[in-house]
Design a protein around this ligand. Structure first.
Ligand code: KG4
Length: 375
């Protein structure tokens, strides 16, 4: 089976093609990533200091078809169209994509020129994420499924992050496990009984960990996305002129929830009282990074111990942070699974992987009946 996976939940456009080989057991030898491409909108959103949904939707519309073409070519699956284009199907797609005009224009040219008859399934992220962005990917998936007459599978984005460590060679995982998913939109601690069986035991009550890094970085005059900027500045910190002490919200509460808005407010008040210079930015970055890691680590380790799990899984953009990785590796009493850096943030391969290995994917929507498109 060859899966075409589409991810457009936030500001990264991802297309991946995965070939599933053999059994349904998740094992690196059982699948092959034929192509994994992501087009980042970071430079566009830098101007706004965060993701602007309407702009992100427009950029997904522009990026999807060139990325699809490149991916199919890389996977060796792009074929020149021999038959005439099916104009009846095309006009139905046009009608349904009337709110995705940009996307339709690109898709029409693609369908006139190319075929990809070896793709047997389409997997697409259906949430959580920014709605206009999600629908752009879903609309493309539905149109291709209709035109190529192949089934479509909807995948949960968080489940994608949980499985992202397994996109590269790993040792065998033992369950149950605790997964900590930390991104710009989500911060959750999840009990993973086995692949496909999850229970959220804690989550943020306000900002996500990555969102806190992005917003505090902005207060310090750093660019978007703030997480990698804070990491760089914190690493360069050599002084302690400002004696910065930041709160660790909810660290000692008897639950697995988080709150990062208090930390953000503390940074805002502190930074208003001083003249921000380079040493201040470095010291404050160090303080923010340490506070975020401290709370994430202590709550996650508490869950690992109390639920007596055998493994710990990390995922989401913030899990690329090298200091966080070092601290988790040093302190975890159980085997730890961390995605390769290129798979820590949003990517389509994790969506494809879920569509192959998760028992949650029971409902495979058949083509033809499903060309009801939303915006
Ligand atoms: O998972 P992701 O790519 O997108 C979603 O939010 O769904 O995560 C993006 C988040 C941003 O907040 C970004 O600042 C953060 O991940 N991030 C990092 C690092 N790289 C990305 N945070 C800390 N250290 C990093 N190296």
């Amino acid at each position: 089976m060859i899966v075409l996976a589409i991810e457009t939940s936030c500001d990264d456009t991802g297309i991946s093609i995965i070939k599933a080989k053999g059994s349904k057991r998740l094992d690196f030898n059982n699948f092959e990533i034929l192509s994994d491409l992501t087009s980042s909108q970071v430079d566009i959103h830098k101007e706004y200091g965060g993701v602007f949904p309407a702009v992100a939707k427009r950029e997904h519309q522009k990026a999807l078809i060139p990325l699809l073409t490149k991916s199919l070519k890389k996977a060796g699956l792009l074929k020149e169209r021999k038959k005439e284009v099916d104009s009846k199907k095309l006009s139905k797609i046009k009608k349904n994509l009337e709110k995705n005009e940009l996307l339709f224009g690109e898709l029409r040219e693609f369908l006139k020129k190319y075929d990809a008859s070896e793709i047997n399934r389409i997997a697409v992220t259906i949430g959580p994420g920014l709605e206009p962005c999600l629908y752009t990917g879903i609309n493309l998936a539905k149109s291709l499924s209709f035109y190529w007459n192949i089934p479509i599978v909807g995948v949960n984005h968080i489940e994608g992050h949980i499985l992202s460590s397994f996109l590269s060679p790993t040792s065998k995982i033992s369950f149950p496990a605790i997964a900590l998913i930390i991104s710009g939109g989500n911060t959750q601690i999840i009990l993973v009984e086995k692949i496909g069986k999850y229970k959220i035991i804690g989550e943020t009550r306000d900002d996500a960990a990555g969102e806190c890094l992005d917003k505090t970085a902005r207060m310090l005059g750093l660019t978007y996305p703030g997480g990698p900027e804070i990491y760089k500045k914190a690493k360069e910190c050599k002084t302690n002129k400002y004696n910065i002490v930041l709160p660790r919200p909810m660290k000692h509460e008897k639950n697995y929830d988080f709150s990062f808005s208090g930390l953000k407010t503390a940074v805002l008040y502190h930074s208003k009282k001083v003249k921000i210079d380079d040493d201040y930015v470095k010291e404050m970055s160090y303080g923010i990074e340490s506070a975020v890691i401290d709370v994430l680590l202590s709550k996650t380790l508490k869950a690992v111990k109390e639920f007596k799990v055998k493994s710990l899984i990390l995922g989401g953009g913030v899990s690329a942070n090298k200091k966080l990785i070092k601290e988790f590796k040093k302190n975890s009493p159980v085997d730890i699974f961390i995605p390769k850096q290129s798979f820590s943030g949003d990517n389509a391969s994790m969506i494809g992987l879920v569509s192959i290995y998760s028992p949650n994917i029971k409902k495979i929507i058949k083509p033809k009946s499903n060309l009801k498109i939303n915006d």
